[in-house]
Write a protein that binds this ligand. Structure first.
Ligand code: XMP
Length: 327
């Protein structure tokens, strides 16, 4: 049984100096473990996988093969940005896989959140298997697992796709250099690794992506509405100075319609639910008080610009009792 308890000798990482010591330790450890083999990394472009990528690039350079899977559940513009930053700017060994149809076909009609997560996780493994089979010498799978993932999995709050239960027939050993760190520590480490601020302080994004925000059974039209509404929220947070201030903000779209009226006609549509929370470690969270004029602007833009959305709601529930995500 793998040890999943944070070592008592690991003090909280709050300074660049502590981060550098952690990096040196992990670089040596990764080199020892990996030798001259290749490591596959699921590079989503979120904070955790980006920091793992930077750490492993430092440790083993081109022996790291980053695989960016577009599962069709990413935010608007995200796949393009990952390719630009990692392949073009960081010269990483990056494979881009467009697997959107595969994932969405498998998810069609599936309502249960944990089943959705499991399908997404299983399909991820399939995609990696296929990519790994095209390469020689891959023996390891790196993952951006962090400590809250482990704690919440152990408590049974949810089954993250990236913790435990990886089928042994996969034949990969895991490399999880961040698994004992809290989110704020991961950012300090990312800073020390020289990653751009925009990446280190980017809001977290769950592995199953928009899949756990397109509530219930995912349909392509509702997913598209969610992606567009989310892009408007992000654009307005950028413009209004909230992007660097609020820890995590997003839109969720439930599988329900209500009556509305547009151009003098009945207009059935989904509600876009806005969520904006602040936290340091994602274990508890408080609500950001979005100014009313901005809320009105968001309601106006989203209902006018996004086909299928006829209401905008604002979630005021802290964690606990609401988790940050809806599923
Ligand atoms: P919750 O919803 O548990 O979220 O309050 C806490 C933090 O974890 C993120 N999250 C996930 N990350 N896979 C991930 O990699 C997941 O399945 C997942 N579910 C939630 C969430 O976005 C928040 O930052």
């Amino acid at each position: 049984m793998e040890n999943n308890k944070r070592p008592e000798s690991l003090a909280r990482i709050t300074t660049a100096e502590a981060a550098r010591a952690f990096i040196d330790e992990q670089v040596a450890e990764v080199r020892r473990t990996v030798g001259d083999k290749k490591v596959l990394l699921a590079l989503s472009g979120g904070v955790d996988s980006s920091v793992v990528a930077a750490l492993l690039i430092q440790a083993i350079g081109k022996q790291l093969v980053c695989v960016h899977v577009n599962h069709g559940l990413l935010r608007k513009g995200e796949p393009e940005q990952v390719v630009r930053v990692f392949r073009d700017e960081m010269d990483a060994n990056l494979i881009y896989v467009d697997a959107a149809d595969r994932f969405l076909d498998k998810l069609a009609g599936v309502c249960d959140p944990e089943t959705k997560r499991k399908i997404i996780g299983a399909e991820f493994i399939e995609v990696f298997k296929e990519e790994a089979q095209k390469l020689d010498g891959v023996e390891f799978l790196a993952q951006g697992t962090i400590y809250p993932d482990i704690l919440e999995s152990e408590k049974g709050v949810k089954a993250h796709h990236n913790v435990g239960g990886l089928p042994t027939e996969l034949g990969f050993a895991l490399v999880e250099p961040l698994k004992f760190l809290y989110k704020d520590e991961v950012r300090v480490v990312g800073d020390a690794l020289g990653l751009p601020k925009s990446m280190v302080y980017r809001q977290p994004f769950p592995g199953p992506g928009l899949g756990v925000r397109c509530l219930g059974a995912i349909t392509r039209d509702r997913l598209e509405a969610l992606r567009e509404a989310d892009a408007i929220l992000r654009e307005e947070f950028d413009k209004n100075g909230l992007a660097g201030k609020v820890w995590q903000y997003f839109v969720a779209v439930p599988d329900m319609k209500s009556t509305g009226v547009k151009d003098g006609k009945r207009y059935e549509g989904w509600p876009a639910i806005l969520r904006a929370v602040n936290t340091t470690d994602a274990m508890t969270a408080t609500i950001e008080e979005i100014p009313y004029p901005l809320l009105h602007l968001l309601a106006d833009r989203i209902t006018k610009e996004v086909p299928g959305i006829n209401r905008v709601l604002y979630d005021l529930t802290p964690k606990p009792v609401g988790t940050i995500e809806f599923e």
